[in-house]
Design a protein. Structure first.
Length: 240
C-alpha cells in the first residue's frame, strides 16, 4: 500500500508559539553563557589574588582587586559584632561572625571570622567574644557580602549586640554600627588567629555548569524547531 503524499503546511498559531519558545530558549542560553564568562573571570581573579599577599596599610580596600589577599592592621571591636544568619557548613545551620576591625587613618573593615553552629534556640546566641591585642595584623581575602540573589530571606540587623542579620547590605550594617563601611569585607585566612570554622570556596557555580546550562537551553530551542517542522507536515488533500 502506497503511503499518501505529505506537504509542509504549518499553522500560524503553532508557528508563532514555536518561534517564541525557541527565542526565549536562545535568550536564556545567551544569559547563561554570559554568566559563565563572568564566573570564569571571577575565578581567574580569585586565583590571581592567591598568588601574593599585599600590605593594605591605610589604603582604601577599593583600590585592591576583588578576592585579593591582603595583610591589614587594626583593633578588633568585639563589642559590636554581627551574626550572619542562614549560613551553613557541611549541611549544618549556623552563623558567620562579622567583626569590625578599626584601622588607623582608614575606614573600619568588617572581618568575617568564620562559621559558628546554631545553638538550637534563637533565644540563645553563640558565644563569639574575642580577646585580642589592642593592635594586631590579620591576613585574608577581600570579598563581597553573601547575597541570596533574591529579596527573600533578607533581614536587617536587629536586637542587642551581637546583632543577628540575614543577607544585609553594607548600608544597613553601616547604619547599625554608626560608621561608614567599605563595600567589601575580609575573609579571614584559615590559618589566621581569632577565627572560627573557615572553608572559603570559589564564588558561585563553576563556569562549566553555566556553559552546560546554556547548551541545554539552545538544545531546547533546536528541539522546538524540529518538532514544529515534523508536526507541520500534513497529508496532502486530494484534488476534487
Amino acid at each position: 500500500m502506497k503511503a499518501g503524499r505529505r506537504v509542509f503546511a504549518p499553522t500560524l498559531g503553532f508557528t508563532l508559539a514555536a518561534l517564541v519558545f525557541a527565542a526565549v530558549c536562545v535568550r536564556l542560553g545567551l544569559w547563561q553563557w554570559q554568566r559563565g564568562e563572568n564566573r570564569q573571570a571571577e575565578w581567574a581573579r580569585y586565583a590571581l589574588g592567591t598568588a601574593q599577599v599585599r600590605d593594605l596599610g591605610s589604603g582604601d580596600v577599593m583600590q585592591q582587586p576583588l578576592f585579593q589577599r591582603v595583610r591589614v592592621s587594626g583593633a578588633l571591636d568585639g563589642a559590636h559584632q554581627f551574626l550572619l544568619d542562614n549560613r551553613s557548613w557541611q549541611g549544618r545551620p549556623g552563623y558567620e561572625v562579622l567583626t569590625p576591625l578599626a584601622r588607623s587613618a582608614a575606614a573600619t573593615l568588617l572581618v568575617d571570622r568564620g562559621w559558628v553552629p546554631f545553638t538550637g534556640s534563637r533565644a540563645q546566641l553563640p558565644q563569639v567574644a574575642v580577646t585580642a591585642p589592642a593592635s594586631l595584623t590579620l591576613s585574608g581575602r577581600l570579598a563581597l557580602l553573601p547575597s541570596p540573589g533574591l529579596a527573600l530571606g533578607r533581614a536587617p540587623p536587629s536586637g542587642p549586640w551581637p546583632k543577628v542579620t540575614s543577607f544585609p547590605d553594607m548600608g544597613q550594617l553601616s547604619a547599625a554600627l554608626g560608621a561608614q563601611l567599605p563595600p567589601r569585607i575580609l575573609l579571614l585566612d584559615p590559618d589566621a588567629p581569632f577565627g572560627y570554622q573557615r572553608d572559603w570556596t570559589l564564588p558561585g557555580l563553576s563556569p562549566l555548569r553555566h556553559f552546560s546550562y546554556a547548551i541545554q537551553w539552545w538544545s531546547f530551542a533546536l528541539l522546538a524547531l524540529i518538532v514544529w517542522g515534523v508536526t507541520s507536515r500534513r497529508p496532502a488533500t486530494a484534488a476534487p
